[in-house]
Design a binder for this molecule. Sequence first.
Ligand SMILES: NC(=[NH2+])NCCC[C@H](N)C(=O)O
Length: 304
Amino acid sequence: MKLNIQNETSRLRAVILGTAKSNGATPTLQEAYDPKSIEHIKAGTYPTVKDMIHEIESVAAVLKKYDVAVYRPEIIEDYNQIFARDIGLVIEDKFIKANILPDREKEIDAIKHVIAKIDADHVYKAASEDIHFEGGDIMVHNDYIFIGTYLGDDYSDCIVARTNMEGVAYIASLFPHKKVKAFDLNKSMTDPRDNALHLDCCFQPVGHDKAIIHKEGFRNPEEYEFLVDLFGFDNLFHIDKKEMYHMNSNIFSIAEDVVISERNFNRLNDWLRKNKITVEEVPYAEIAKQEGLLRCSTLPLIRD
Ligand SMILES: NC(=[NH2+])NCCC[C@H](N)C(=O)O
């Protein structure tokens, strides 16, 4: 398989979509690794496997309708495998295995059959355990690579900070011809409304020249301003705290003019349609309770 990813929005041809088939029992508070899951475990509203299967399979159906080749992970019994995005990433023709949170380390084994289709010298893995990065923090945008990180002193105690500057440097080393821009993100282990778990939880390009953004996701106002300058203020759809909590920035593009979005994202979906983008609505509010949505559930392999 010849990989090709240059940006977030060109026509999608092949993708890995996560699976909810054997998610296991509701995690304990100790097992959870994000504040939104913790909130729902405490409230007794953590999603059921049945509901999550229904939601993720509705995404599979949309991808099929657009003739996208869809690869699925093999099943690991009682293990969360929904968020395929984070376990690896493709930039240009390279597949890079993530150096992911240890709780999620096994997920990559389940896509071995996909990685086996890629020429071995196009598959990368950072050797040092001090290098941390997950796919949700990394976005290629033509000449740019955008990377979410966290520069706070408490990085090592913060399990919602998944990409460090060593990770940024590693990705930059693989793509010396790209402009790499890191973004220091706001993190909270206790309140999901203040937690940009990954860059795609507060920002994502969409369409030809637009992007969805949550200003408060950025710790450094200058880095937010950089994106305003790059995209132009009028091309940005600003989402508020509540919309970011519901994961509005985490929709998924099949093409510049087709996205998969959550059916309750009324304000966003209206704006997309106003911009001549077809919105394929799916139910995803249950999976959203785990602080991940549609971009998080997909790992694109080939776009035009
Ligand atoms: N790309 C993403 N935003 N992924 C979301 C992953 C959510 C998952 N609960 C975690 O904490 O790892």
